[in-house]
Design a protein around this ligand. Sequence first.
Ligand code: COA
Length: 333
Amino acid sequence: MNKYTQYKAEVAGTGMHVPKKVLTNFDLEKTLDTSDEWIRTRTGIRERRIAGEGESSSTLAAQAGNQALNSAGVAPEEVDLIIVCTSTPDILFPSTACFVQKEIGAVNAAAYDISAVCSGFVFGLSIAEQYLKSGRYRYVLVIGSETNSRIVDWTDRSTCILFGDGAGAALLKRTESAGSGGLLSSHIYSDGGKSDLIIVPGGIGKTGVSCKSVEAGDYFIKMLGNATFKVAVKRMVEVSQEALEFNGFTHKDVDLVVPHQANRRIMDVVTEKLGIPADRIFINIDKYGNTSAASIPIALHEAWGEGRIAPGNLVLLPVIGAGLTWGAALIRW
Ligand code: COA
């Protein structure tokens, strides 16, 4: 606990929801010049979930959010703030968070979206941390939710194989109890100079929506995969070391790394460079692909559910995303 603050923020509950529809690498082989073997060895992905009719970032988010509230035993009316981290909002506005608020009945909550792409959840945690540690709010629901399948070009084999849909949530609670637990710190960064690495260039406020840009595929994800890979490793290692040093820990103190599930090889290289053994990384990219802002909260929920996180464990959450954005949070569970 930071000695200058009276309160701390703790994870009180987690939840997740993914669409039922599974798209395997073998399914992709039927429509793309790719193979299960290529995708598995280059990325670690075997399958991903795809939103169906009637499903959107808000519907997935509401289910994940409800589950987080249930697991914490907290009523929706008690939630002070809902932050939905998404780069695939249902519509331009109102925010996806407002739809979630309505759906879960969190009538007393303020609700808004943040856009930090894959880094969204850690950015969201850092916002929740400020509201809770300052004493302003008691419960903040942070949800990462994405329907990436709606913004990938299904003819571009270098991007569409990577992404999937889903939502993950964590309910953060303000506590006054003494002790060393809770969200210890969060560290977030951006570099707009690298915006071209991963981008959906289609304009809204810049050019307006036009048939020309739709036809040109400007509303699909464009990515420089190789360059992104290199900077992802560098930044995730750097910021993880910063989070550990800030709290007086070393890599040896980490019980579990729950990294952004962007690519299995990125996660392996990052943890290897940090000196953290492979059995202390949680990986579920094989089942879901890269679900952007949803990836860490989904992984956190599964890691906890599978007993990979025990009370008292030190959990490191490193992340990288378009922007460029990156960050890390450190939690004493
Ligand atoms: N199936 C088969 N071949 C493919 C393919 C696919 N799905 N996608 C690309 N290839 C081909 C390329 O065309 C290229 O062929 P060439 O050598 O004939 O030109 C070859 O595979 C190697 O491409 P390259 O881009 O160098 O592969 P890579 O090892 O870098 O893997 C990524 C590509 C996208 C998997 C990898 O760069 C990556 O994961 N980068 C990080 C992306 C990321 O995580 N973004 C989100 C961050 S939040």
